[in-house]
Design a protein around this ligand. Sequence first.
Ligand code: PLP
Length: 389
Amino acid sequence: HFTESAVVHRLPQQFFATLVQKVNQKIATGADVINLGQGNPDQPTPDNIVKAMQAAVAKPENHEYSPFSGLPALKQAVANYYHDHYQVDVDPETEVAILGGSKTGLVELPLAVMNPGEKLLLPDPGYPDYLSGTRLADVDVELVPLRASNHFLPDYDTISTKSKQAARLLYLNYPNNPTGAVATVDFFAKTVQFARDNQIGIVHDFAYGALGDHQQPLSFLQTPGAKEVGIEFSTLSKTYNMAGWRIGFAVGNPDLVAAINAIQAHLFVSVFPAVQEAAIAALTGPQDSVTELAHLYETRRHAFETAAAAIGWQATPAGGSFYSWMPVPAGYTSESFTDLLLDKVAVAVAPGKGFGSEGDQYVRIGLLTSPKRLQEACRRIGKLHLFTP
Ligand code: PLP
């Protein structure tokens, strides 16, 4: 018998595992569950990418070990993508890291650039997996609240001098999971200033970077000075419906890129080169599918939020991602409301508390099913008469 190490012991609980278990139990009773709880894209990977992968798998050179830091051609494709989409110039060799999904890099980063006992600032609510990296590296966490009153952006003026002095990194994520909020030019400019004033590195998670309502979301690297203070993580999971393929990248400050590569080389060796070739096809091929995808989620958001408003349930304003952030009715917590919805009307949502204590008055809706099902979910919830239309 083996017992788990102290590191494994302090890893956070996999928050979605409990949710999935509850949903599966409900499905087992024969209920027609509308599952809006998870963030798994429901559309297929575009055909040109699948075909590129099929061709790449057949090439013998892709069966060998490949460079730790990624194929030069993919790093060049990432640099070209930043140039074409954001008018940002990056050096493919020193400012791009290729990752097995962005999560690996986001989790490795504290291990790569921090020492035990140092402090990292995390958004609350925020993507739960950021916490895993802090536990692996044994660093301290301070939560920075994101509130509706400040458009779900952190208010740097409320962070104490002591915390600012102790902090090494700040994680941000826009378009935001779970709130759907987007960043502004002004906010990113303030962020660069905050980073400079306090010597804090900025880690921008741009997982939903291609999924803006009406307009392309801002890249942090478009902000003057951003590359000196930070790094931006992207993934193909959401943009091209490739969550299972495990491919992403980070772009920005060369010291941070080098530190990630140092860990990456030991833990993962490299991403399967055929997947990297497919990623080149994704980034350099036609982008119509991406435009259509952003439009699809926007249509779903509109259908859901209109149907919700009709039963008196008002969404918080959002500008991107594929989530709606919905308030919990009076008298409930996010967990008791989530349980009620699953129990009484077979609608699964994600309790906001899973993203941090600031989320406890909200639930997250994943817009990952048809407008019809989203409207049906609202119709069912309406029968509970929890809101006043
Ligand atoms: N960051 C955010 C905000 C996410 O929501 C997700 C996935 O749900 C990720 C990162 C991880 O994506 P990847 O599949 O690239 O690891």
